[in-house]
Design a protein around this ligand. Sequence first.
Ligand code: SF4
Length: 345
Amino acid sequence: MENIYELTLEDWKQWMRDHEQPAYRATQLYEWLWKRDAKEISGMQNLPLPLREMLEREFRMPQIKVVERQESADGSVKYALRLEDGQQVESVLIPSRERSTVCISSQAGCPLGCRFCATAHLGFKRHLTAYEMYAQVALARSESMQLYGHALSNIVWMGMGEPLLNFDAVKSAVGRVTAADGMAMSPSRITVSTSGICPGIRRMAKEMPSVNLAVSLHSADDLQRRELMPVGKKYLLTDLSDALSAYHESTGNRITIEYMLMDKVNDTMRHAELLLKFCRRFPVKVNIIEYNPHPYAPYRPSAAGREAAFVRMLEDKNLIVNIRRSKGRDIAAACGQLVNLRRPQ
Ligand code: SF4
């Protein structure tokens, strides 16, 4: 049986023609799938019963299942989700004042092996489909209303996996989330975060120019970055800088630089100076992220004094700096940690 989420609207129009159905049935069906987040074909009430039965015979409708849900005292909620083939991924819903943000996964596991990352410990299982990413957003959207009483406002592709290695599916999911006949969310509320996949950054400039770009830098020292993030061996900082510069020239967008501070690893004044130098070529804002310690890496969050000195140094040179405190300390909040804990040991 074919996966019902794999067909485009054009495919459905053709399918309806082939099955002697009027063309508008394709639009109705598409809305059930991508706007109303239907869970069963039988519940698509404006489709005639014989058509629903035909669809049920030909298509399967795989759903993601919440297999664990952890609520933090700070209001954030982490979900372990099981996919159709048994793979597990995570997403996190994070409230703040009148808005909420969901952080979603693009791959089950990750092939990039960053030293500080709990997801890296899982290895790479597979890419997620566009529907599997869309479904994480749909879940967060309904949970946000139930838990906090307000709509989901922001989406960040910053969960498990490297989204720009799964470019086509991410682009398709963004398309469904932003389409008028989908969730109709603004692309300016969406951020794709990459570890620095340069060809993907160049494609983003052309194919998703209205979506925000964030780059996980974590060190502006090439040697150290290659150690912490093996992707840095393939794309040196000069390559990354060139790709970001071209991205900015083409889109005009400010780039978010994510920098996770690890105690006595990347938090010295020398590191701050290198970061400043890296940020000179294009407009940026820097998110300083508090490291979330977990059992799969030896790092600790920077001591308060070291963090303050690092931030002051950047601000004194007029960089826009936000400090992102780690959410969900009382739950398995580091990316990949919950799925690691759920694995048979
Ligand atoms: S930090 Fe991101 S890119 Fe690096 S291993 Fe973890 S999930 Fe992959």
